[in-house]
Design a protein around this ligand. Structure first.
Ligand SMILES: Cc1cc2nc3c(=O)[nH]c(=O)nc-3n(C[C@H](O)[C@H](O)[C@H](O)COP(=O)(O)OP(=O)(O)OC[C@H]3O[C@@H](n4cnc5c(N)ncnc54)[C@H](O)[C@@H]3O)c2cc1C
Length: 499
């Protein structure tokens, strides 16, 4: 039986990101993926939010995505666009980029990190004991791992086999999404009628001055709300034609589909993100309507939260209890996504009273404070892990500051490229002694002359030092003293080494 320290089921965006994080930490990680290659039929996610771009920037790979996508103001809630161009981040925008490209770029990065991927094979069963997990594969082989992470999507076999509950709500609506050819050209853009929303556009587009400009040729992307919630079976061209006729009075001579799929507003979340040696991330842990484009983003950020923690546990640096902070931090984040997508689906119901509520919400979001608050939520920049009372930076994302060091100017995110924690000392140089953690934590003296501002919160008091976790969240804030420093280092990066 082949062994790996960590096995990941599923090479979607979540599994790929997690594999990259573990490989950066030097962990022997392998992915098992049902698909024979990374190709993805159909559209699925249409882009990245600001915080995900920051997270990729922390690893030095954001440019790979930015160079292929379309930068735009993509955050929104209930049909109201939420402009984040005044937010204090280098990436005060989102990115239009189809999931197939996101996956291809992530897979390229993971390849460079020499991760083993068993393609064309499925995880068919699991059995865990006190020391590891046996992972059965569809080709009759099996793998042994210290930990297994289910990144195998909404219908996750790993979640079911581990016996983790998936409570939530059944769908109230469904829509078909397809890439097709059409004999007649429909009006591009998003339309609304008695069934709900439908939309048409070429899959290839550019964004110029905030406007989507569709290409003249190429496949057409269609989304159409169905009259009734459709069955769990794969939809056909006939289903698409009927749904279009019901919603639009014509099917525009639809033909030659390259993909047709159905999505619903089923809303469910795993009751636990960990059961002993099995963990869940991404859609395997949470499913919801696509409103706000949050699924892929949440999955990638789950992976970045889990990766370094799991790496430290398998290397014996930290106790297994560190893994419990993964559930404690990420479950509430996805719970909020579930809540805002449910609200968004309810708000887009096509009835006059709902339209009145929608208009009222739009009016509220026009005011600056609610706009900033919702924009921080939808872009991921407002994420706040509950690490206790203290300075507003505690548990929040560390801004990508322009630092000045003895070796010259330095962007803070550069320090996170290798996913190692940082103690940033902005006070008197050399004023800390972290020798017992020096094998795990980078320590840097620097000056920062700019403002300290956080999205939606505004200006905060300048700290004299911060500990930044590998995922870019602040684990400790120094305000002139070392109070709590050793405790924070031990909590997050293990006990002091005997030196
Ligand atoms: C119409 C639509 C629009 C969307 N728009 C957005 C958007 O704009 N923004 C956004 O952030 N999200 C969006 N999403 C959601 C996004 O597509 C998902 O959240 C994202 O793909 C989740 O990534 P994942 O890696 O967790 O799971 P998946 O992408 O589902 O990947 C799971 C992987 O596991 C593999 N697999 C499954 N079972 C097994 C098994 N037993 N063994 C081995 N391999 C297995 C699968 O082949 C797959 O590659 C949208 C989704 C839909 C349907």
């Amino acid at each position: 039986m082949t062994g790996h320290t960590v096995v990941i089921a599923g090479a979607g965006p979540t599994g790929l990101m997690l594999a990259g994080e573990l490989a950066l930490a030097g962990v022997d990680v392998a992915i098992v993926e049902r698909r024979t290659n990374q190709d993805l039929a159909g559209s699925r996610a249409g882009g990245l939010h600001s915080r995900t771009i920051e997270v990729l920037d922390q690893r030095g790979i954001a440019d790979r995505f930015l160079s292929e996508g379309q930068m735009a103001q993509v955050a929104g809630f209930a049909g109201v666009s939420l402009d984040i161009s005044d937010f204090p981040t280098r990436h005060n925008y989102g990115l239009g980029l189809w999931q197939k490209h996101i996956e291809r770029i992530l897979a390229g990065w993971v390849d460079e990190l020499a991760v083993t991927i068993y393609r064309g094979r499925e995880v068919t069963g699991i059995a865990q004991d006190d020391t590891g997990v046996d992972v059965e594969l569809s080709d009759g082989e099996s793998l042994r791992a210290a930990y297994l992470v289910g990144c195998d999507g909404g219908r996750s076999l790993v979640r079911k086999a581990a016996g983790i509950d998936f409570p939530g709500w059944d769908p109230t609506m469904s829509a078909l999404i397809a890439q097709v050819e059409m004999a007649e050209k429909p009006a591009w853009g998003i339309h609304r009628n008695a069934f709900g929303i439908h939309s048409f556009g070429r899959t290839e587009y550019e964004i110029r001055d905030g406007e989507i400009i569709y290409m003249d040729k190429g496949p057409i992307g269609v989304m159409v709300t169905e009259e009734h919630v459709g069955p769990a079976t794969e939809p056909t061209l006939q289903d698409l034609s009927e749904a279009l006729i019901a919603a639009c009075g014509t099917d525009y001579g639809v033909h030659s589909p390259t993909s047709i799929s159905r999505f619903t507003d089923m809303t469910r979340q795993a009751a636990a993100y960990r059961k002993r040696r099995v963990l869940l991330a991404g859609d395997a842990a949470h499913v919801h309507a696509p409103d706000g484009g949050q699924g892929l983003n949440t999955g990638v950020q789950d992976a970045v939260n889990l990766g370094w923690k799991l790496a430290q546990v398998v290397k014996g640096i930290s106790q297994e209890s560190l893994l419990d902070t993964y559930h404690a931090e990420r479950h509430p984040v996805a719970a909020l996504v579930l809540r805002n997508t449910m609200a968004s689906v309810a708000l887009r119901r096509p009835d006059e009273r709902m339209k009145a509520v929608r208009d009222t919400v739009a009016e509220l979001l026009d005011a600056d404070e609610p706009r900033q608050r919702f924009a921080a939520m939808m872009s991921g920049l407002g994420i706040h892990y509950d690490l206790g009372e203290g300075h507003p930076l505690l548990g929040r994302r560390m801004p990508d500051l322009d630092l000045l060091t003895a070796n010259g100017p330095l962007r803070l995110f550069t320090l996170l490229h290798h996913a190692r924690p940082v103690l940033l000392n902005l006070g008197e140089p050399g004023s800390f002694d972290i020798t017992p953690w020096a094998d795990r934590v980078q320590w840097i003296d620097a000056e920062y002359a700019g403002e300290w501002k956080l999205p939606a919160l505004g200006a905060v008091v300048a700290p004299t030092a911060v500990i930044i976790r590998p995922d870019g969240y602040v684990a400790w804030v120094g305000e002139g003293t070392e109070r709590g420093l050793a405790h924070a280092l031990t909590t997050w990066f293990g006990p002091p080494a005997v030196v």
